[in-house]
Design a protein around this ligand. Structure first.
Ligand SMILES: Cc1cc2nc3c(=O)[nH]c(=O)nc-3n(C[C@H](O)[C@H](O)[C@H](O)COP(=O)(O)OP(=O)(O)OC[C@H]3O[C@@H](n4cnc5c(N)ncnc54)[C@H](O)[C@@H]3O)c2cc1C
Length: 434
């Protein structure tokens, strides 16, 4: 999506762009697939609406008429043997201590008011010192697990939860104020009737963008006039000469591609870790499930799944099918053992957890296990320093840019923003002309 957003920005300025996609399919983590006769998102499924970039691109490629908002965003935490309505929080920091107490989710000791740390720290260290371990384990950890599939012991406070880092020293009071302002400003998420997985193809249809699938880029080398790319299978490598390059791959591939021309950036990129996960989508004919968008699970509870979304409660267009659609996710950073099971075992164990959480569920009419190896980059403590180093190293090389989830945000609007910014830098310095 980052690379496509860069291509869209360049093509809109009249530049001819070729998108070289290594796989046989466009869109990366945005992907549609068929389950039980329904076409559904198998990767990302919603777009943050509080930032403009996702909605802007949807508008720019003419998908406005499919824009929708969730029917419900009321989520639960599955803990202490029950689904418990999530109290209001700012990324897990309680914004209403009374609601937290009533939920039975976590115990909160008397908060400690401490000054902001001088340097980056882990989310776990910051929260535990101020609000205790239970709030971390049962609220913050499952929420961050949902976004980053990571562990708060490693995740950087500055990079992953700037909202928390920006709260002032009295965390609870600041969270309550932040939350009050946020609820006043419209829907939090958006989606597309038919799935957000439609966005890549719509962007690729922009005049001026040529897409080549199965075109793995193997090297990126400067020439006197621009850049030479080696593309395709090792047995049949093609060279392509271009004026400028935007590297929009995940960090491991970017590290390989930048090794020759921006070695400092390559070295830093090679250190970015990734979490692997799987999304299991179930379609039921006659299931009765509780209201609400789904639930998150604290890792301390030791369940197989880490979250479940009831897509047919969340999205009106899915509900219109008359079926019940549930997607559950498994896999966290540093714990890939669950993903070593075959698909049948993963689907059966996840279904057993769903039955524990929801009560009775019939046999699904159909299901699909979508694995996402290297799905989400981990923004460990110090991540933003690493990103600054990468950006400096790349900025020293004219005609080269990077973008994507490895840098300053993993969500769809953030990666679109990074792609657009990469394109704008190329246009602004005049490296390329229309
Ligand atoms: C399961 C899952 C669910 C998610 N849900 C949401 C959600 O609901 N909302 C949200 O905002 N975000 C969500 N995210 C996060 C978000 O979808 C991703 O962070 C974002 O889409 C990543 O975009 P990207 O362009 O940086 O990278 P990618 O999507 O990884 O795209 C990179 C592309 O580069 C290609 N590539 C790699 N190497 C090469 C090479 N050498 N040559 C050519 N091509 C190459 C890959 O094949 C891929 O197509 C989710 C992520 C996952 C994994």
């Amino acid at each position: 999506m980052a690379g496509l957003a860069a291509a869209h920005e360049l093509a809109s300025a009249g530049v001819d762009v070729v998108v070289l996609e290594g796989s046989d399919r466009l869109g990366g983590k945005l992907r549609l697939g068929e389950v039980g006769g329904l076409t559904l998102d198998l990767g990302a499924e919603s777009v943050l609406a509080r930032r403009p970039e996702g909605l802007d691109l949807i508008h720019a490629v003419g998908l406005d008429d499919r824009l929708v908002h969730p029917e419900t965003i009321t989520a639960s935490i599955w803990t202490h043997g029950a689904l418990r309505a999530m109290p209001p929080t700012v990324m897990g920091i309680p914004a209403d201590p009374a609601a937290l107490a009533a939920s039975g989710i976590a115990e909160m000791p008397a908060p400690r008011i401490l000054p902001a740390p001088d340097s980056d720290v882990s989310v776990a260290e910051f929260v535990t010192e101020r609000l205790g371990r239970d709030v971390l384990d049962r609220l913050v950890e499952p929420l961050l697990g949902g976004v980053y599939a990571g562990s708060t012991d490693q995740l950087s406070l500055r990079a992953t939860t700037p909202q928390i880092a920006a709260l002032d020293d009295d965390l609870l009071a600041a969270a309550a104020r932040y939350r009050a302002q946020a609820t006043a400003s419209g829907p939090v998420f958006a989606g597309l009737v038919g799935g957000v997985g439609q966005l890549p193809a719509a962007v690729a249809a922009t005049p001026g963008i040529e897409v080549r699938l199965g075109a793995t880029v193997r090297s990126v080398v400067r020439t006197p006039d621009g850049w030479r790319l080696s593309v395709g299978p090792t047995t049949d490598v093609e060279t392509i000469d271009v004026a400028a390059v935007v590297v929009a791959t995940p960090a491991p591939a970017a590290a390989r591609l930048l090794a020759q021309e921006a070695p400092d950036a390559a070295f830093a990129l090679a250190a970015v870790d990734y979490a692997s996960m799987a999304i299991i989508t179930y379609v039921f004919d006659d299931a009765v499930v509780p209201e609400g968008s789904g639930f998150l699970v604290p890792p301390v509870d030791g369940t197989f799944i880490k979250a479940a979304t009831v897509s047919s409660n969340k999205w009106g267009w899915v509900a219109a099918s008359g079926r019940t659609v549930i997607r559950s996710s498994v896999g966290r950073a540093g714990d890939s053992t669950l993903l070593q099971y075959d698909d049948g075992v993963i689907a059966a164990r996840a279904l057993a957890d769903l039955r524990d959480a929801f009560g009775v569920l019939p046999e699904p009419a159909d299901l699909l296990v979508q694995r996402w190896g290297g799905g989400l980059p981990q923004y460990d403590v110090g991540h933003l320093d690493r990103v600054e180093l990468i950006e400096r190293s790349v900025a020293a090389v004219p005609g080269l840019e990077v973008c994507g989830a490895a840098y300053r945000g993993v969500g769809i609007p953030a990666v679109i923003a990074s792609g657009r910014a990469a394109a704008r830098r190329l246009l602004d310095v005049g490296t390329i002309e229309s």
